[in-house]
Every structure is written in C-alpha cells, then in structure tokens.
Design a protein around this ligand. Structure first.
Ligand code: MN
Length: 234
C-alpha cells in the first residue's frame, strides 16, 4: 500500500443498475457537435469534419437523481442529454470495427454547460474547461452492462424534458460519429483505459435550466433519469 501525505481522494464511481458494485471512473471524454441539428443550432456546419473532444474531471460525475447543484458563475446553464459509453477494456489505435469490444456498458448523462462562459471562451480563443468541467457538471444515470442490454444500442430516442416540456428529442441513428467511430478516434489521441467514460454528444434543443427545474430524460432501451436543479449558489 502506498503511503500518501494527505488522505487519498475517493475513487469517483457511478452506480450500476441492479448491482451493489459500482463502475470506477478514470476519465470523462466528451464529443462536441455529434448531431447535425445541434451543430446547426450552435451556428456550425455539420458536414463530416473530424470529431473533437473535451474532458471533464472524473468526479464531475454525480447521480442524475435527487438534487443536482446549480453551479456558480453562470446565468445560462444549459442541458445536453447524451448517451454515455463506459469503457471496460483499454486500447490504443483501435479500429472502428473492433472498438465495441472495449465497451463495458452504457448509461445516459447530461453534459451540463455554462453556455455564457463557453460563448466567451469561443470568442476569446480560450479553453472550455470552466464552461464544461465544473463540479457536478456530469449527472449520469446508473450504467447497464452490454450483456443486460442485449447488445450495443445504435438506435433509440434520446430525449430530455424540463418541467414536463420536451426540449430535446433525437435518435441515436442521427449520430454523425457512431459509438465505434468515437472510440476509435479517442484511442488515437490517448490510450483508452478501463474506467473511461465517453459522453457521445447531444441532439438539438439545448437550452437553459433554472433553479428548481424538474429534469427528466433518457436513451430509449438504455436508461432514464429524473432530478431537480438545486438553488442558485449564494
Ligand atoms: Mn455535449
């Protein structure tokens, strides 16, 4: 056992449906603009340019349940509902045809975004970290293993509603880069490791959340979630 000079941080993890054992989180990678209609709503051309990525800290993942804290520094917190891929086997330079063998399971998450900070970062050519990687910025459902899903989801509704109003309503079939391609791309940039999560991008309809909002969503055949946004920090 390694000795540490301060208490070692807790291992971030996410629940697994129907199990007391949890999935340990190593890193969180997120795909930008992976649905054409969302790329267009953000003012970009969705023609197949290579996918791009950003990261969130592993401990940004919190349960998409109960109350999710409303973050500091924003007046424009956006929801982005996304299929989440949980990597169970590592790989480097993986071919898309082999990529799904790395997947342990799937869930659904929300890539919470301080859109106002992101707009400034884009304008100034600055990093997105403060817009994307804040505390509790990645609410996530319990994961389900591929074995329990009966295979890898490639179609199905990806949806999110706020206070009963449907805001996002897409389908996995609309992914510009399907899961296997996303994994192949990430594995060329870094060595994928067990415990890595990949948020695969969001369909159109992103918008602002207010303190007290009831947020529900899901990926058909994978998982659903429901949580409330907490109060604005003092
Ligand atoms: Mn996103």
């Amino acid at each position: 056992m390694t000795d540490f000079v301060i208490p070692a941080p807790a291992q971030p993890s996410v629940a697994v449906e129907g199990s007391v054992a949890r999935f340990p989180i190593r890193r969180v990678f997120c795909v930008g603009r992976n649905y054409a209609a969302h790329a267009r709503e953000m003012g970009n051309d969705p023609t197949r340019e290579p996918p791009f990525f950003f990261s969130k800290p592993a401990d940004a993942v919190v349960p998409a349940a109960s109350v999710v804290p409303y973050p500091s520094l924003t007046d424009n917190l956006h929801h982005e509902v996304e299929l989440v891929v949980a990597i169970g086997r590592g790989g480097t330079d993986v071919e898309a045809a082999d990529a799904l063998a790395l997947v342990w399971g799937y869930g659904v998450g929300v890539d919470l975004t301080r859109r106002d900070l992101q707009d400034v970062a884009k304008k100034m050519g600055r990093p997105w970290d403060w817009a994307k990687g804040f505390d509790a910025s990645a609410p996530c459902s319990a994961l389900r293993p591929v074995s329990a899903l009966g295979g890898h989801p490639s179609a199905g509704r990806v949806w999110l509603e706020v206070n009963g109003d449907v805001r996002q309503d897409g389908d996995l079939r609309e992914l510009i880069w399907p899961v296997a391609d996303v994994i192949a791309h990430v594995s060329r940039a870094v060595a994928l490791q067990p415990g890595d999560l990949i948020f695969t991008g969001t369909p159109a309809g992103v918008g602002a959340l207010q303190p007290g909002d009831r947020v529900r969503g899901g990926v058909e055949g994978v998982a659903t979630f429901e949580f409330e946004m907490g109060p604005r920090p003092r």
